[in-house]
Write a protein that binds this ligand. Sequence first.
Ligand SMILES: [Zn+2]
Length: 427
Amino acid sequence: MEDTELVARIRTAVAARAGWIEQQLKDVVAIPSVSGNEHAVQAHMRGLLDSLGFKTSEIPVELDRLKQHPGYSRPVPGHHGGASVFGSLEGDGRNRSLLVSGHVDVVPTGPEPLWADGPFRPYVKDGWLYGRGAGDMKGGLIAALGGLMALRDLGLVPAGAFHFNTVCEEECTGNGALATVEWMKRRQLTADAMLDPEPTGETIQLAQLGVAWMQVVITGRPAHAGHKQLGANAIEAAIHVWSRLKQVEAAWNAPEKRHPAFSHDAGAIKFNLGKIEGGEWTSSVPTRCRLDVRFSFFPGVEPQAAKDEVEREVRAAVAALPVPHQVEIGFDGFHAEPCEVPAETPALATLAAVHLTMQGKEAGFRNTTATTDVRHFWLHGGVPSTCYGPVARNVHGLDECVSVESLKRVAEVYALFIARWCGLRAA
Ligand SMILES: [Zn+2]
């Protein structure tokens, strides 16, 4: 079939699939799946893939298998390990294969009364589908599947193998995707490209930062507030530590320290004080304070080197306090390596060309100040990988939503990418 004819037929088929995409997405968003509690949503996804004719497997995150791996992140205590779901449609062995991989875990909702409607009661309003995970990133996953289904509606299937992988715990460790990469290696299964439909706003991702989580527990000395000079205030010490970390953030963002991919971003490196808890009683000098910090670092920096530097700074800040405090530092959660995939990589170049054909304008490349699963597939699986997905708003915030029109455009791009990358054959 000629390309222009195929493009027109894909548009028609995706338009006819729009209702399916919206309903499937609502069904998935309605299943709460905060990191560590992905079992129900994964059972749903496996059922969906089974019903579509995929051969499916469950890939449990086995920490004993992964913990010596350079890409491994130690989970936070109390985190319940999950499993990834891997579905395959067999290929002819001659054409290129494609893996679509994305995460089904979502971040906590924040205070639910602040949402216009509940976070897990999906609804569409003014062209946006709302709910926690609608944008990040259940929307992209369903759109990609919608693209595959549109081809099927035309009586066509990928000629090369097509794999669809939904992972757990992307938002806290990335061990779900790492488990998939290692599972594929054990089966000598590879893919010629990996697309991750994260909400990139229909742009193609090149570089991503490294990310680490840190826990700092400061212990001071309690005293009556009326004699506070006898105590050591752990909360005030924590404020001092945090201001030191803000200085580290500024130093890492200095123009001469910036990675070329982020040279125009004066604030690419971000230290986020995500959680703080401390103190015991309003009229007592607080004994303990705990800070949970997420920080990022440029490609070219080893995660361990970044952690070591930050730890030295925290210890120096505590040592400089006028009264002695103790400090314990932990690094549970993200130990995410930074990475960069060149734009000339054939899979990325093909994607750019597909976007141009489908939308009549350049997709544009972007570098992200977050981390994604691309790092595992690219650095440890050797699979050319990128993120490309829909336009979303308020990811990790209140009233998260994804553009319904964008879901359709992304489905069209995935359909044409499958056609050009894997080839097509009659169903
Ligand atoms: Zn995401």
